[in-house]
Design a protein around this ligand. Structure first.
Ligand code: ADP
Ligand code: MG
Length: 885
């Protein structure tokens, strides 16, 4: 439901390179169609790049690609029709300018023409001997698959268990039946299935279709509307392999029962296909019907073909009960190399028919009833072969409706159950009840250099309330860059310190930890009694020992550090509060380890990555949430502009102007791979030297990067903070947390290489004072390397500074895993659920899971026994979850 405006826009953008040749043509006139060059590769390339943004429109992209097949070698008439088709397909995907759209209508004049040359093109070679030079594919199987079987260990184990159980005469779980026990699955196919981790019937049942195709209606050629998928039956009138400039092509004319002709086209195919399509063969085909190909009438490219039984069971393919590829809404699975779609469908059908009934519901009956969920067996059956839900599947063409809801619900429910149990695990044992009096809060807030914003006040209030309770606090503080999270964390820390406890602040990077230390010390300038200590991995041995002594002895009141804080040998005197910054970079385990450093300390998690709600509920669903939705007063929005490399001087002018006004500037370089850090360092050093020599010779320029010692880096930061260095050249180590209000301009090199959230974080380094700030995004020298996705990202950066909007676009562009940026983020991999669209299901699943844990905190009730088992089995191995309890 939440498809933001971003996606269609992105798709249009991605496809826009196609408009250029069309515009040319619309100006020059369609008669000049012969001058177009390299259209096919252009379309292929652009479409491939556009795929990630296709959403529901994937089929449109397929068709678009199809229209350009063979274009470059086609004669003029064919080109005309192809252009018309191309324009029409394109119009379905984006807003096409009127003059271009006109090209699509011209087709009406082009179609009648072809009738004059309905005879096959004459440059053909009647073949069947040309086909034999390709190696038969069936002989390749056993060698390649045995090596592939290893990555799929869990199913292999299941199959082994099943086999052993069978040998021992035990009744095995029918769902663990190895696939080759299904009729029609021999060793060759078994190996191929196994190569994809499909070992047991259960694996088959849980390998759900990606999309659906409506093949219920059978049409004659005359009835089949252009631009729509149709199912058409007939006999092969004529077959020919055509040698084209690039490779061959198979052309087949199908004659339907009313004498209408349909041209079937294949641009890549196996020899076996040619054998199946002998003249006179009765077949059914399914595919999209398009306007003529090279003068033919209606055309279908790469259709699915099914032989019609000669005589006897002629009705068979249209009996939905007995056929799985025609006469019904047909599932389309992710392609398995070496297993034709039809074959796989038949296998899936057997698995569903014979075994789906063994899928037991683990969700408690109450939940199933309250939420009106289908039994799992029924949902899985329908997800594969929609029958009751055929209309919905046909309309959506992808997993939707009740079957999808049932399975997504279970998946999301299991995750929420894990969160509910984790939350309860935290809350159930007593922690520290701080005093955190109103009076103490007032005192602390008054000691800050400015009044808190309303949002900050609200958060401090909620935190203090949590801290007063005997159960441990488990709260998330979410706020955009610059919203003032540090001050809130400090207030909480001081409340702990007032009661004689220590507070820890853990940051994901050293530079950020150093920055936090600096900011805290600055804010605590008048509180000589509060000591802030820094502990990081790159501290010298002596310094580290000293810092740890202070920490252990309790003289360090607030300890700032990296993950080093959570390491085995780090000890606190009396840890009362743990603040974790940018938690998603650490993962749940680090949080748990840090908590063990004290007697169940309160935990405050902070994030500057505005996380869309669905994601937050999944990732932080066990936390209470405070949001800083307000920036400190007096900020002026940052002006962001993209510059091409050729406009570099204009970007430098902006920097120069700011420098002249007494401001400071960042120049940010992309951080390359870990393994290339040395090269990266060289690049940063070189860039600093270049700027100093050629561009800004009259100002001191500093440098920070990940390879410096803490001391060097600290010195560089300090020089910049004090204004001694006017420009700071930096790799992305400054991404988070650096706070120099006098810096008003940031120039980002190779901005196209950065992720959207990362750019947003970077940009947050400027605009921290009252003066107007600028963010200059320089794009790489070679325009070729940055595709539509990068362009979209940069455009969003220009358009908005709203972190939530940026996060949402980013999430849509990259998906949850990438969005969070790390494997260890604790984000489960969903097989069925799609967070961006299944929000309502998530909400329901969450309510039920939390209610369940409320009523049966240890899942001890008999009616929850199945659930408990399933949970511990991690939803049949598909989800990675925390342990129970
Ligand atoms: P965040 O960590 O959320 O990105 P910071 O805590 O670094 O933000 O705060 C951003 C800047 O705003 C800092 O320079 C900080 O001193 C300043 N600041 C924070 N709170 C206030 C406030 N209530 N009024 C004015 N300035 C503030
Ligand atoms: Mg901060």
């Amino acid at each position: 439901m939440t498809r933001g405006g971003g996606a269609p826009e992105a798709l249009a953008l991605a496809l826009s390179p196609l408009l250029q040749p069309l515009r040319l043509l619309s100006r020059a006139g369609l008669d000049r169609v012969a001058v177009l060059r390299e259209i096919e590769p252009l379309v292929q390339r652009v479409v491939e790049q556009a795929r990630p943004y296709a959403g529901d429109l994937e089929a449109g992209l397929d068709r678009l690609q199809e229209t350009a097949r063979g274009f470059d070698s086609a004669p003029e008439a064919g080109r005309r029709t192809a252009i018309a088709a191309l324009v029409r397909e394109l119009s379905g995907l984006l807003e096409v300018p009127a003059e271009i759209a006109a090209l699509g209508r011209d087709e009406s004049t082009a179609t009648p023409k072809p009738t004059s040359n309905t005879t096959p093109t004459s440059n053909t070679t009647p073949t069947s001997n040309t086909t034999s030079n390709t190696t038969p594919t069936s002989t390749r199987t056993s060698t390649s698959t045995s090596s592939r079987a290893s990555p799929s260990r869990p199913p292999a184990r299941r199959a082994a268990i099943a086999a052993a159980a069978q040998k021992a005469g035990l009744t095995p779980d029918p769902l663990l039946t190895p696939v080759d026990q299904l009729r029609g699955v021999g060793p060759a196919i078994r190996d191929k299935l196994r190569g994809k981790g499909l070992e047991t019937v259960q694996d088959l049942l849980l390998n759900l279709p990606r999309r659906y195709e409506d093949r219920r209606k059978r049409r004659t050629v005359a009835e089949a509307p252009l631009g729509e998928r149709s199912v058409i039956a007939g006999s092969v009138a004529w077959i020919d392999e055509v040698r084209a400039r690039r490779g061959r092509r198979l052309e087949v004319r199908l004659r339907d029962d009313e004498g209408g002709y349909l041209m079937l086209l294949w641009f890549h195919y196996r020899p076996s296909l040619v054998q199946r399509l002998r003249t006179g063969a009765r077949i059914v085909v399914s595919g999209e019907v398009r306007a003529g190909w090279r003068g033919g009438g209606k055309t279908m490219s790469h259709p699915d073909v099914e032989p019609l039984e000669a005589g006897g069971g002629g009705a068979l393919p249209f009996d939905p009960a007995s056929d799985d590829s025609f006469g019904r809404v047909v599932p389309v699975y992710t392609e398995l190399e070496g297993v034709p779609a039809r074959t796989y469908r038949r296998i899936a059908r057997r698995a569903v028919d014979e075994y789906a009934r063994h899928l037991a519901d683990v969700l408690p009956r109450g939940v199933l009833e309250r939420r009106e969920l289908w039994p799992l067996a029924e949902a899985v059956r329908e997800a594969h072969f929609p029958d009751r839900s055929a209309e919905v599947a046909a309309a959506a063409q992808r997993p939707a409706g009740e079957p999808h809801r049932r399975m997504a619900f279970e998946e999301l429910f299991m995750v929420q159950l894990g969160l509910a149990l984790r939350r309860r695990g935290v809350k159930v044992e007593p922690g520290i009840a701080f005093r955190a009096t109103e009076e103490a809060i007032e005192r602390i807030v008054k000691s800050l250099p400015w009044p808190l914003t309303r949002a900050q006040r609200r958060s401090v209030g909620a935190i203090a309330q949590d801290m007063r309770k005997p159960e441990p606090m488990n709260r998330l503080l979410q706020g955009d860059v610059g919203s003032g999270k540090t001050a809130v964390a400090l207030c909480a820390a001081l409340l702990a310190v007032e009661d004689g406890y220590q507070a820890a602040l853990m940051a994901p990077t050293e530079i950020l930890a150093e920055q936090h230390t600096r900011s805290l010390r600055r804010l605590l300038l008048h509180r000589r009694d509060v000591h802030v200590e820094l502990v990081t991995g790159s501290l010298g041995a002596r310094e580290r020992a000293h810092a740890e002594r202070l920490m252990r002895g309790g003289a360090a009141h607030i300890v700032v550090g990296t993950h080093a804080l959570a390491e085995e040998d780090t000890d606190f005197h009396k840890l009362g509060l743990a603040v974790i910054d940018e938690q998603h970079r650490f993962g749940v385990m680090t949080r748990a380890r840090l908590m063990k450093k004290g007697a169940r300390p309160d935990v405050l998690v902070m994030t500057a990555t505005p996380i869309p709600r669905t994601l937050a509920l999944t990732l932080y669903g066990d936390l209470d949430v405070s949001v800083l939705d307000e920036l400190p007063p007096g900020r002026t929005p940052i002006a962001t502009r993209v510059y091409r490399d050729a406009q570099r001087d204009r970007a430098y002018d902006v920097v120069r102007r700011e420098l002249k006004a007494g401001r400071q500037a960042y120049v940010v370089l992309p951080l390359v791979e870990e393994s290339e850090k040395l090269a990266d360092l060289k690049a940063a050093t070189k860039e600093r030297d270049r700027l100093a020599a050629d561009v800004f010779p009259d100002v001191p320029i500093g440098l920070v990067h990940g390879r410096q010692s803490a001391q060097e880096r600290n010195d560089a930061m300090d020089r910049f903070l004090r204004g001694e260095d006017r420009i700071l050249v930096a790799t992305t180590v400054i991404e988070v947390g650096v706070d120099v209000p006098n810096a008003t301009v940031m120039l980002v090199e190779h901005a196209e290489r950065f992720g959207l959230s990362q750019l947003h974080q970077l940009r947050g380094r400027v605009g921290r004072g009252a003066a107007k700030s600028h963010c200059l995004l320089l794009t790489g020298t070679s325009g070729a390397e940055w595709g539509p996705a990068a362009r979209e990202r940069l455009k969003v950066m220009e358009e908005t500074t709203d972190g939530f909007r940026i996060a949402e676009v980013d999430l849509e562009l990259r998906g949850p895993g990438e969005f969070l940026g790390t494997r260890q983020s604790g984000m489960p991999d969903f097989a069925v659920a799609e967070l961006t669209r299944d929000q309502a299901i998530l909400q329901e699943a969450r309510e039920e899971a939390f209610a369940l844990v409320q009523s049966d905190p240890d899942l001890r009730k008999p009616e929850n026994a199945a659930l408990r088992d399933a949970f511990q089995n991690r939803w049949r191995g598909r989800l990675s979850l925390a342990r129970v309890g």
